[in-house]
Design a protein around this ligand. Structure first.
Ligand SMILES: N[C@@H](CCC(=O)N[C@@H](CS)C(=O)NCC(=O)O)C(=O)O
Length: 217
């Protein structure tokens, strides 16, 4: 049974890696599992057929036989549990890698999403000028803490894991702001992850869907 995921028919960023199907594509590429993509329009996302898969009317979703999942954290965790390559075998190292997945989604991503909201959804509000510096300060607090912990290591805890995949996916959303570049070890961490062949293949496939040009990756 082929794994099928959903993705934006037309991604707001033109398919440059920011839509969250990227995390799932990347995970599947890391573990060497083929997959198909079903593009969905913004309208179709809110219709009953898609809502049956995703109660919040979003992408991505994941289907494998009679299993249907939503939420990238759950999907990437499922992939990492099911196929080798994204979680260490040692139980304690595995638990720590899973901890980093949660840290990415629960502790780092919310601050970054605040910035996206402040800039894109509330860009015309009167409070924007006062709010933005506060939001950026909260992001810098988290990035400094993450930078201190990463130090000079390549990855957050030993070998590359689903924890790194999720953390880098979250940090990439900050790319347009340039804030990650203020922390050279984090910028190098993100670049190291982006250089992984699995990331490159996932990125090329997402871009190809949006540009209509076949992926060469
Ligand atoms: N927490 C969810 C967030 C999913 C999400 O926000 N998806 C975005 C695309 S990256 C979406 O579908 N946005 C359209 C909408 O919410 O209407 C996850 O990690 O899967």
């Amino acid at each position: 049974m082929t794994i099928t995921i959903t993705a934006f028919e037309r991604s707001p960023d033109g398919g440059k890696g920011l839509s969250r199907d990227m995390r799932v594509r990347w995970a599947l590429e890391e573990v060497g599992q083929p997959y198909e993509v079903r593009p969905v329009s913004f309208r179709a996302m809110k219709e009953p057929a898609h809502l049956a898969l995703h109660p919040f009317g979003q992408i991505p979703t994941y289907e494998d036989g009679d299993l249907a999942l939503f939420e990238t954290g759950a999907i990437v965790f499922h992939i990492a549990e099911r196929y080798a390559g994204l979680l260490p075998d040692d139980p304690k190292a595995r638990a720590r890698a899973i901890t980093w997945m949660f840290a990415a989604l629960n502790t780092v991503e919310p601050t970054i999403l605040e910035l996206v909201t402040a800039k894109l959804l509330e860009g015309d509000k009167s409070w924007k000028r006062e709010r933005l510096p506060l939001v950026e300060a909260r992001i810098r607090t988290r990035l400094q803490q993450l930078s201190d912990r990463l130090g000079s290591a390549d990855w957050l805890d030993g070998a590359f894991s689903a924890g790194d995949l999720m953390m880098v996916s979250v940090l990439l959303r900050l790319k347009p702001s340039g804030i990650v570049d203020e922390y050279p070890n984090l910028a190098a961490y993100v670049a190291r992850a982006e250089a992984r062949p699995a990331y490159q293949r996932a990125f090329a496939a997402q871009l190809a869907l949006n540009t209509g040009k076949p992926s060469t990756g």
